[in-house]
Write a protein of this length. Structure first.
Length: 396
């Protein structure tokens, strides 16, 4: 891997005919669509392309990789509840890149099926897709990628999930057709071969892992193989690639929080990649990795502070159901009595006694004012998650 960035191939373009009557997205009225020629991209096949980066870029990617490995190792040795919280933080940030946002409380309620807030439900689906991606990390092929997208869209649009797209899609330029788009991914007929080629690239053993992952991600985003949720699926696949490369063995680290902090740079790097330059996307991914580590460490400090505070505030004796419930709340800061019964292994009345004790101590508060099917939240943990999301949304 010793050539220059300019050796990478730019996408080329081919002229296609747009026929809205036969190939129209259902997000707009067919009578507004304008037929005619358009230029669809033709990404290069990359499975065997030489990858070359300057020594400085490689050094920064190496440092970012070491940073990720170091924190993952720390969390793997710890009994910290950070794993589930970081997973949700990653999926919330990835969704926010697509302008799908929800407060931590709404996400946690949707996670325990106590809320149907649309954005929160989508973020919970993203969490399930990331879990599916990690489960398939060892065999990350076309079927696995389709499975991840199917999981992400499990509750919506069966005609748009679990298969490569069968229509032309485009980015920007309005909904009347691809002629004015800022970027037109390849024609749907090219998708299967391009995805097979991408999977072959992802399996190479001759490349440094973080540059390989960054380039594979940029190629995936260029292909845009699905009708919907391409970005979120691609970032779930990115997490699977990190796991397969043994960069993250224990937890999901919120790379998307780093990308969200500089979405303009992220999208510009993808544009530069399509012009034949790989350096920018590797640099962006390295910076996002450092941000993910810094963000995770802040959350780690916040959660440790919450745990220490609770230890002082709780009035229940050591070993009691109320004290044991604290560990669940650090991981799952919205609970029902049913969840408390399952976690504690006690009767429903005893679970309610534990919850009431934590309410009296100011650790839990009831969500809403209902008398039946009650839900309680640990707002200290929720505030920490919301603060993380707010930091990630601050654009450079």
């Amino acid at each position: 891997m010793t050539v220059s960035d300019g050796a990478w191939k730019a996408v080329s373009y081919e002229e296609r005919q747009w026929h809205p009557a036969a190939d129209v997205r259902d997000s707009f009225s067919p009578h507004l669509a304008a037929p005619g020629p358009y230029r669809a991209s033709v990404p290069p096949l990359i499975a065997d392309l030489p990858v070359s980066l300057d020594p400085e870029t490689l050094s920064r990617a190496h440092d970012a990789t070491a940073d990720l490995i170091r924190l993952d190792s720390e969390l793997g040795r710890d009994d910290s509840p950070l794993g589930p919280l970081l997973l949700r933080a990653e999926c919330a940030a990835s969704s926010a890149i697509e302008r799908v946002t929800a407060p931590a409380l709404a996400i946690m309620l949707a996670d325990i099926e106590e809320s149907l807030e649309p954005h929160a439900v989508q973020i919970v689906a993203h969490v399930k897709a990331d879990v599916a991606a990690l489960a398939r990390a060892g065999s990350l092929d076309e079927d696995a990628i389709v499975h991840i997208q199917r999981t992400l869209m499990a509750s919506s649009r069966p005609d748009r999930r679990g298969r490569w797209r069968s229509q032309q899609i485009w980015i920007g330029g309005g909904s009347r057709g691809p002629q004015r788009a800022s970027f037109v991914p390849p024609h749907e007929s090219r998708v299967p071969a391009l995805m097979a080629d991408l999977v072959a690239f992802m399996k190479r053993r001759d490349l440094p892992p973080l540059p390989q992952i960054a380039i594979a991600h940029a190629q995936y985003e260029t292909i845009h193989p699905f009708l919907e949720v391409n970005g979120r699926t691609g970032r779930a696949v990115l997490q699977a690639m990190l796991r397969r490369a043994d960069i993250t063995q224990s937890v999901v680290l919120p790379i998307s929080a780093g990308l969200l902090q500089d979405t303009a740079g992220y999208f510009d790097a993808l544009t530069r990649y399509r012009a034949g330059h790989v350096t920018d996307i590797v640099e962006i991914m390295s910076r996002a990795a450092h941000t993910a580590v810094a963000t995770s460490r802040v959350l780690m400090d916040d959660i440790h502070a919450v745990r220490d505070s609770w230890a002082q505030e709780v009035s229940a004796r050591q070993g009691s159901a109320a004290r044991r419930l604290l560990e669940l709340l650090l991981r799952q800061p919205a609970v029902t009595s049913r969840l408390a019964v399952s976690y504690l292994g006690v009767t429903a009345p005893n679970a309610l006694l534990a919850i009431d004790r934590l309410v009296d101590d100011g650790i839990l508060s009831q969500v809403g004012s209902g008398r039946r099917n009650r839900t309680w939240a640990a707002h200290d943990v929720l505030h920490a998650l919301d603060a993380l999301a707010e930091r990630a949304r601050r654009q450079r």
